[in-house]
Each structure stands twice: as structure tokens, then as C-alpha cells.
Design a binder for this molecule. Structure first.
Ligand code: GLA
Length: 689
């Protein structure tokens, strides 16, 4: 079935590049914003009035509206009815509450998908996904784009100059459900994108290695999106399809942002999903288009360490923001509704989770959503105002949280400083978790979380940065399982180590180039010289098969058959498929260069902590005294003063040296501070970090 009769019109040039950063408006707010999504469409106008009173009581000062407003704003005849939205905005404005204004395009109304079924997305088995949920639109559909932009223009025209509007919220979580579309329109757009990227069909054949399995293309029209096949699919094609799909949604963001910017001087953003369960977009390529970076984060209880992942996601969001403060656009007061078991938060966890984001650079802490829905898929998702109403422990926690966030206002605009960087890449994630690979027992993100977790538990502040970034200012750079790296990305690490930065690279790094083409001569092809090692063969083992190292350290799942060419052997495999060979190596820096560590196996957490601790110490990177897996300690600074955040997740109080003013309790600290079990303290100290 041909889903689309029309051809995608070329995107005008002004929408293909980010707007120049020099003219970008900045998000400005008095202190740390405290806010939520608000869906007044679901409520009677009498409830709106009560909502605004309660929002003020809770200290809410930034409210996201019109996220899913399309069906209420525009009917099938194309006519708009802004009466309800006008009223809500005026109510909020009169109460001094600022608006995070959605463009309303997140989900097309039924009249649109009925009139234009060709906008519906098609998944990899070639079947259509229908309306009745949300985000039922193809990112490459010119028809959807046309209708969406018409709506954006109308909304921006009407509210672009309204004093209540603090920030624009384009669509919602772009690509959450619809990122990978395989319809005929997407197929045509994919071909155009490939032509742009590779130039000639010969280049594409080279990049994808199509001499394998008789896949050579002779014409662009032979190329499809990677729909389901009988065998495994071409990895180069899969990788390019991910890149293309991310770019298509970015083009959509740019088109909406452009329509807004022509009518409004207010900053524009969209809510990223820097989180464990979604990996559809390469946010490194998106970040420059955001006037302010915003993220949604939910604890994922399918992970071993959900709160460490929260810290990682927050540090990565700060990385996307280039170190600037960012907005937490959504998180939850309690359970979500989309995990197999949706855990409620323990008493005090709401405060700990919220301030963990502020500690890592958030200047806004917002929630999904204001008032728990009575109907629809999300009726059992937590909210600031639960079904139980204001006579509830949760509401009382929300009031307390609002008070504490207000007490932290002076922290807004300050920055986090880190001496250690961790390289993270969505491209490498796409490529390394491929259909065929050495083992399916190891996932990229697990490697990232393991290395990040060790740094976290040691109390080391970490910047999460993109491969290719300038790393020379860091004392240590950690590279967990970075399977794909370009020559530029590899060279950036080489340059940093030559300048004195230490490096710790783990197995299955530097294996392929940007086309997923193996770098031959022994692994890790990109960094053999840097590390002074050469891996002849991967030797993964079955789950449940322990691997011992000579030092007594325990490992599993992976062994490299490794030899050193120019590095000291720190530890060896005592058994397993690489018995007797090096497992941990270090090439010590000479002439001012840093040390380069290599880890050729998957260490158990305690042994990994020990190894990372040694690398941190040799690099001279600071770790926070008193920090541990249970006690997060991080700092924000304005260059003169420091705010030390202590989040005690543990069951025991912790005592620390401190001098200054504690903002949560509003008390002076003169030498020692006790942070109670489950408590959070923020100490302002009159010295730079
Ligand atoms: C996302 C969406 C919200 C809501 C929440 C529920 O973050 O943006 O609309 O669905 O998930 O967790």
C-alpha cells in the first residue's frame, strides 16, 4: 500500500540549520522554577480555579499547558477556538504563574488522521500503527508537517507576545513512540537523506559493505528502510536509518521552532528523554537547537540502580547543555503507569530525587502532572495533587518540597564543575547493540552505568561528554565500551592523554569507524597505540561462568585475548578463555602525558570500584569526602561561593565537616553537620568549589 501520494517538499534552508546561538533568547526565571504539566482540557472550568489556588499554595510557578491541546483548539473545518486556552492562561497569569507553552502538535486529532490516514506511522514489519493512543504521525509526512505548522503559527501568533509565556515547548517528547517509521514517504525521505550523506551509490555501497550477501545496490530506488528480514539486517543500513530518523524529527523540531521564532522572542525548547529506556534520538546533534535544554526523567525500576541512573541522566543532560543550567521538564511525585510494576516513592524520596537533579545543574524541577487524571491511560500515574486530594501524605510532601525548592532560589544560574569526563554516544549505542555481535549478554548502557556508577559511588563529579569534544582540561576520561568511534573522536582522546589527561578505556571500545567498519590489525583499532595493547580475539563466556583474575578480582561474561605491546600488566586472567593473558593494563605516560588504562573484562562491581578508584587517585581527581553509594555529594558554584548538596539515601545519619549556611533547614553550620537518614542538606559555603 502506498501510504503517501505526495513527495516531501524540500525543507527550506533556514530550517535545516540551527538558529545562530548569538541571537538566542535565554530562559529567565526568578530562582529555581517549580512546576508541572497541566491538562485543563480534562477538567471542568470550576476545577481550574481551585487548581490555581492550590498551585500557589504549593509554590508552583511554571506550568506546561497545551501539550495535547490540538483536538480542543481546532476542529475539522480548520477553525480555531482559543477561548478555553485564553482563559487558562489568564488565570495562571493573574496568579503570577508562568507558562511553558506547548505548541499542541504532539498528537493529531482524529479528524486529521481520518482525513489523512497517510500520515500514520508504519513499523518495521510493514504494519500501520493506528490512532487511539498518541503520536500517531510519521516524522517525514509533509501533510502532517503542514497541518502542524499551521497550528503552531496560530498558537504563536496568538500568544507569542503574552507576558505569561516563559518558554515554548515544541510538541512533546519527540520520537517517544514514532521515531522509526517505515512508510513509503519515510522510505523516499531516507533515500534523499542517504544521497545527501553519501553522494553516490558507490559510496553508499562502500559505507554499508554491500558486497556482503549480494546486497549491492545499483539505484537509490532499490533502497528500503530496514524492514524486518528473514536473517539479520545490514548493520550499516540500520545505523544510517537511526541517524536519518533522528534527523527527521530534528527537522520537524526546527520547522516548529522557526515558526515560533518568527512570532515570539521567548526561548524555545522541547523535552528530551535522556533516560534508560529510550534511545531513538542522538541528542548531541539536537542540543545546539535548544534555547535551553530540557529533560524528562523517570526512575526505571527495571534497572539495578535506578537512582544512579538518575544521576547519570542528570549529568548527561548537563553535558547536552554544555555545562549550563537546564530544566527538568518532567519527573514524578510517585509511581508511573508504564512499567511492569509501578513503585510508589518512599517517604522523603520525592525530595531526594528532586534535589539530586538540582545538585547536577537543574534550574527547574517540574512534574508530570499537576492533578491526577480520572480517565485515560495515565489515570494511575502519580501527580502533585493525587486522587486522594489535599488530605494526603503526598500533598503534604509536595508543599514541603515547594518550600524547599523556594529556599534554594539563590542556586539558580550556578554551575557544576567536574575533573572527570565520561564519553557517551548514541551512535555507538545504536551500532554496538546490534542484531549480531559477540554477546547479547552485555549491553552498551549497562557498561556506561557500571563505570559511571563506580565514579558516582566514589563521590567523583562527572561530566558526560560526546566523543570528539575537547578533553584536555580533564584529569581523567573514562571510556566505557565505546564500540564506534570516528577518527576525530579517537584523536580527541589521544590529544588529551598527550596533554596529561589520564584515560581508562574498557573492552569493546574503538572497534569500528563511523560506518561500522572494523578497524583491522587487532582491537581496539582506534586506540591500540594509545593503550599499548592488542586484542587478537574476543572471548565472551556464558552467563554463570565466573572468571577469576590473578589478583583475586572476579569477572564474568567477557574476556579479551589480549597482549601488551607497550603497557604494564596490572592484572591477568587466572582462568577462563584468556587464562594467563593480561586483563588490566596501564601504559604509563611519559613526557607529561597521562596514563592510559585498559580493562579487558567485565569486573564485578566491588572490583570495578577498586580499579576506578586507583585510576581516579593516580589522575589526582577529587572525590567528595563522605560520599558513597548511599550518600551523594555534589557541588554547584558561582565562582565565589559553593553550594554543597548532600543527599543521604541511606538508613543512617552522616556527619560531615561543613561551615556556612544550610538552606533546607535555614540554619548556620559551624564546623560539623549531621544529615539525617533519608534527608537532604544544601550548605552554602563562602568559597569557590
Ligand atoms: C512522558 C510524557 C507525559 C506523560 C509521562 C508519563 O514524560 O511526556 O505526557 O505521558 O511520560 O510518565
Amino acid at each position: 500500500m502506498d501510504h503517501h501520494a505526495t513527495t516531501l517538499a524540500p525543507i527550506p534552508p533556514e530550517q535545516t540549520e540551527p538558529a545562530p546561538t548569538a541571537v538566542r533568547p535565554r530562559f529567565q526565571h526568578q530562582g529555581i522554577a517549580f512546576g508541572c504539566d497541566y491538562n485543563p482540557e480534562q477538567w471542568d472550568p470550576a476545577v481550574w480555579r481551585e487548581d490555581v489556588v492550590l498551585m500557589r499554595e504549593a509554590g508552583v510557578d511554571l506550568v506546561a499547558i497545551n501539550i495535547f491541546g490540538w483536538a480542543d483548539l481546532q476542529g475539522p473545518d480548520g477553525a480555531y477556538d482559543f477561548a478555553a486556552l485564553d482563559e487558562v492562561i489568564e488565570l495562571l497569569h493573574a496568579a503570577g504563574i508562568r507558562v511553558n507553552l506547548g505548541t499542541g502538535t504532539a498528537s493529531p486529532p482524529p479528524w486529521l488522521t481520518t482525513r489523512h490516514p497517510e500520515i500514520l506511522p508504519v513499523v518495521e514489519d510493514g504494519t500501520t500503527r493506528f490512532p487511539g493512543g498518541r503520536q500517531a504521525w510519521c516524522p517525514s509526512s509533509p501533510t502532517f508537517r503542514r497541518y502542524a505548522l499551521e497550528l503552531v503559527e496560530a498558537v504563536a501568533e496568538r500568544y507569542g507576545g503574552h507576558p505569561a509565556v516563559a518558554v515554548w515547548h515544541v510538541s512533546n517528547e519527540l520520537g517517544c513512540h514514532n521515531a522509526l517509521c517505515h512508510c513509503d514517504e519515510s522510505t523516499r525521505a531516507f533515500r534523499r537523506w542517504l544521497r545527501e550523506r553519501h553522494g553516490t551509490i558507490d559510496e553508499l555501497n562502500r559505507a554499508w559493505g554491500t558486497s556482503f550477501w549480494s546486497q549491492r545496490y545499483t539505484d537509490w530506488d532499490e533502497i528500503l528502510t530496514p524492514k524486518l528480514t528473514l536473517s539479520s539486517r545490514n548493520p550499516g543500513q540500520m545505523l544510517d536509518f537511526h541517524r536519518f530518523s533522528s534527523d527527521e524529527l530534528l527537522a520537524h523540531y526546527r520547522a516548529e521552532a522557526e515558526a515560533i521564532r518568527r512570532r515570539s522572542a521567548v526561548p524555545v525548547t522541547t523535552n528530551f528523554m535522556v533516560t534508560a529506556h529510550i534511545r531513538n534520538l542522538d541528542y548531541w546533534t539536537w542540543a545546539a537547537d535548544m534555547d535551553v535544554v530540557a529533560n524528562d526523567h523517570y526512575l526505571d525500576h527495571r534497572l539495578a540502580e535506578p537512582r544512579t541512573e538518575l544521576a547519570f541522566a542528570a549529568d548527561l543532560t548537563r553535558g547536552l547543555a554544555g555545562g549550563d543550567p537546564w530544566l527538568l521538564m518532567e519527573h514524578s511525585t510517585g509511581s508511573v503507569n508504564w512499567q511492569p510494576v509501578n513503585l510508589a516513592k518512599e517517604p522523603g524520596q520525592l525530595l531526594r530525587n528532586t534535589l539530586a537533579h538540582v545538585a547536577r545543574g537543574a534550574d527547574a524541577v517540574c512534574f508530570f502532572q499537576w492533578r491526577a487524571s480520572l480517565q485515560g491511560s495515565e489515570k494511575f500515574h502519580s501527580a502533585l495533587l493525587p486522587h486522594a486530594g489535599t488530605d494526603s501524605a503526598l500533598w503534604r510532601e509536595v508543599l514541603e518540597l515547594g518550600r524547599i525548592v523556594g529556599a534554594l532560589d539563590e542556586v539558580a544560574g550556578t554551575r557544576v564543575r567536574a575533573e572527570v569526563a565520561l564519553l557517551f554516544s548514541w551512535e555507538s549505542w545504536w551500532a554496538s547493540d546490534a542484531e549480531t555481535r559477540p554477546t547479547h549478554e552485555i549491553e552498551y548502557l549497562d557498561q556506561v552505568h557500571a563505570l559511571y556508577g563506580a565514579l558516582h559511588d566514589l563521590g567523583v563529579s562527572v561530566d558526560v561528554v560526546r566523543p570528539g569534544a575537547d578533553l584536555t582540561g580533564y584529569r581523567l576520561v573514562v571510556v566505557p565500551g565505546l564500540y564506534l568511534v570516528s577518527d576525530e573522536g579517537a584523536a580527541a582522546l589521544d590529544a588529551a592523554v598527550a596533554s596529561g589527561t589520564h584515560a581508562l578505556v574498557t573492552f569493546y571500545s574503538g572497534i569500528v569507524d563511523e560506518h561500522d567498519r572494523v578497524r583491522p590489525g587487532g582491537y581496539p583499532g582506534a586506540w591500540r597505540d594509545l593503550l599499548g595493547v592488542r586484542v587478537e580475539e574476543f572471548a565472551p563466556v556464558l552467563p554463570g561462568t565466573p572468571i577469576a583474575l590473578e589478583s583475586g578480582a572476579a569477572a564474568s561474561l567477557w574476556a579479551d585475548r589480549l597482549e601488551t605491546t607497550d603497557a604494564a600488566i596490572i592484572d591477568r586472567f587466572a582462568d577462563g578463555p584468556a587464562a594467563g593473558r593480561p586483563a588490566v593494563t596501564r601504559r604509563d605516560g611519559v613526557d607529561g602525558a597521562g596514563d592510559a588504562w585498559y580493562l579487558g573484562t567485565l569486573l564485578e562491581p566491588d572490583d570495578l570500584l577498586d580499579l576506578v578508584g586507583r585510576a581516579v587517585e593516580r589522575a589526582g581527581a577529587a572525590s567528595e569526602p563522605g560520599a558513597s553509594a548511599d550518600v551523594e555529594i555534589t557541588r554547584r558554584t558561582d565562582g565565589e561561593r559553593t553550594w554543597r548538596f548532600v543527599v543521604n539515601h541511606g538508613a543512617d545519619p552522616v556527619e560531615l565537616d561543613a561551615r556556612g549556611t544550610e538552606l533546607v533547614t535555614g540554619s548556620d553550620v559551624d564546623g560539623r553537620i549531621v544529615v539525617p537518614a533519608g534527608g537532604v542538606r544544601v550548605i552554602r559555603e563562602e568559597a569557590a568549589a
